[in-house]
Design a protein around this ligand. Structure first.
Ligand code: SF4
Length: 183
């Protein structure tokens, strides 16, 4: 039987934002794997599914892999060999789930969400209202509910808040939230 998904190439490899001794990668897919994600969510222990963003995040011994509809992204990966190994594991998982979709009950629930205060601590704290909210705390509450995106805070994109931005985007990515790639 033909596989649903063939092994993709490593399209982008860069130093990891959070840990420069590690790498991150992106592998583009020539197909949409989003229909399989709720099935993976049902069988992969500890996976974080984002129904609205159509992503599924899986952690493996400190490495983070996020499955998007048309790409697989890895962060905190040891090296290229490690990237290929974890990519191969993900492709096998996707193909196995796709083959067993008739037997698996899909799970559309997110099993992890971030606390408002954890997000707030990484926002600039200026209460400047440029995001449209009266305070950074109100914006944090919207981010936690995915009713807003980090890109709506222009202040965090200034040089003074570069470190906080990196940590916040990593925290959001880890929890399966959608984060713009330019962060
Ligand atoms: S734009 Fe950023 S810094 Fe300003 S209030 Fe909103 S979250 Fe806070």
């Amino acid at each position: 039987m033909n596989n649903f998904l063939d092994m993709p190439a490593l399209d982008t490899v860069q130093p990891c934002i959070a840990d420069p001794t590690r790498i991150r990668f992106i592998s583009l897919l020539d197909m949409d794997i989003s229909p399989v994600l709720p099935y993976l969510n049902a069988v992969v222990k500890g996976a974080i599914y984002n129904r609205h963003g159509h992503t599924l995040t899986v952690r493996r011994e400190g490495r983070i892999v996020t499955l998007h509809p048309n790409k697989i992204a890895g962060a905190k990966i040891r090296d290229r060999d490690d990237a290929m190994s974890i990519l191969s594991e993900m492709v096998d998982l996707i193909n196995d789930c796709h083959e067993r979709m008739d037997e698996i009950e899909p799970d559309y629930e997110r099993r992890a969400s971030l606390g408002v205060l954890d997000i707030y601590k990484l926002l600039p704290g200026t209460n400047c209202r440029r995001c449209g909210e009266a305070t950074c705390l109100a914006f944090a509450a919207k981010l936690a509910k995915e009713a807003a995106g980090i890109a709506q805070c222009p202040v965090i994109y200034t040089a003074d808040f570069q470190e906080k931005r990196k940590l916040l985007s990593l925290m959001l990515t880890d929890a399966g939230y959608s984060v713009p790639e330019f962060t």
